[in-house]
Design a binder for this molecule. Structure first.
Ligand code: CP
Length: 343
């Protein structure tokens, strides 16, 4: 794997390797000294053209925990606001000697262009592009689901396991959601069954070709007893730029597609509630649901660091002089743990 651009690019074995590597990374993060020497001498640039809290901070944390140098670039306050193109920005970053570029961009396909146009030699990681893909979100969601639904909350070893047999409902603004697209593809690759639930106006054209079921009726899907319910953010900023009118009112959306205490009470005992964040509390998810013991929303954020450490490690550890594929991840006492070679 040279870049991580789309969840659709990952085979089952590659995805499981990333999840297994993330589990090893997570184990190092409960130690007193969390920093590993693995990517010493490497430079990771976070290139964010769109706002982010979780993704940007967790990529920065992940790179720093692996001892990489990190440069944070935000389009706001940069020469992008003077009209500089993605190409010239990329050439500038290449001149800085970056090894990896983590890019979030409002245009679907921007990370693919960066990876393939010949402007940079860096490994490119897609941190969310338009309505297209957000592969590390899907990986951290799969990691979280595996931990809870396959590994009994972390008490069982899940190394090598996928998500076969699980049923995941992905609910809400599917039309504008790169999280929905990435998760649907990765969950399918990992053997889970996916049902997308949305009002007809928020279902993308062509969804019948996707490897999942589609429903307009949340209560009917919840009655099937899904193992996980993944609520999506209503992306009002993308709706207003399209002229709005995707649902009659916030109240009607919440009645039809919001997860509240009543719907939460009908879920199987083991079911978990997920949300990629940021949440619109009171719209797609009530405070009862967001803060319930079933909610793994905060854990999803925490798992994002381990998953992004795994992705950066697998992309970068086999290149350049600092470490080579199959090198070891040392704990704070210097005791090495073997981590698999690149996906
Ligand atoms: N889930 C997610 O991508 O959140 P941010 O937009 O805060 O990064």
């Amino acid at each position: 794997m040279r870049h991580l651009l789309s969840a659709a690019d990952l085979s089952r074995d590659e995805a499981v390797l990333i999840l297994d590597t993330a589990a090893q990374m997570a184990a190092t993060q409960s130690r007193q000294i969390k920093k590993l020497p693995t990517l010493r001498g490497r430079t990771v640039i976070n290139l964010f053209f769109e706002d982010s809290t979780r993704t940007r901070i967790s990529f920065e944390t992940a790179a720093k925990r692996l001892s990489a140098d990190v440069i944070n670039f935000s389009a706001k306050g940069s020469s992008v606001s003077k009209g500089e193109s993605l190409k010239d920005t990329a050439l500038t970053l290449q001149a800085m000697g970056a090894d990896a570029v983590v890019i979030r961009h409002q245009a679907s396909g921007a990370p693919h262009t960066l990876a393939t146009a010949g402007w940079t030699d860096c490994a490119v990681v897609n941190a969310g592009d338009g309505t297209h893909q957000h592969p590390t979100q899907a990986l951290l969601d799969a990691y979280t689901a595996r931990r809870h639904l396959v590994g009994a909350g972390g008490t069982q070893d899940v190394t090598g396991r996928d998500l076969a047999g699980l049923h995941v409902a992905i609910v809400g603004d599917v039309l504008h959601s790169r999280v929905a697209r990435s998760n649907m593809q990765l969950l399918h690759t990992l053997g889970a069954r996916v049902t997308l639930v949305a009002p007809p106006t928020l279902v993308p054209v062509g969804v019948q070709t996707w490897p999942c079921a589609v429903s307009y009726h949340l209560d009917e899907v919840l009655a099937q007893g899904p193992d996980a319910v993944m609520m999506l953010r209503v992306q009002r900023e993308r709706m207003s730029s399209a002229g709005g009118g995707f649902f009659p009112s916030a109240l009607e959306y919440t009645r039809g597609y919001g997860l509240d205490a009543r719907r939460l009470a009908g879920l199987p005992d083991h079911a978990i509630v997920m949300h990629p964040g940021p949440m619109n509390r009171g719209l797609e998810i009530s405070a009862d649901a967001a803060d319930s013991p079933r909610s793994v929303v905060v854990e999803q954020v925490a798992n994002g660091v381990a998953v992004r450490m795994a992705v950066l490690y697998l992309l970068l550890s086999g290149t350049g002089p600092a470490t080579s594929a199959g090198d070891e991840v040392a704990d704070e006492s210097g005791t090495p743990e073997k981590v698999g070679t690149g996906a």
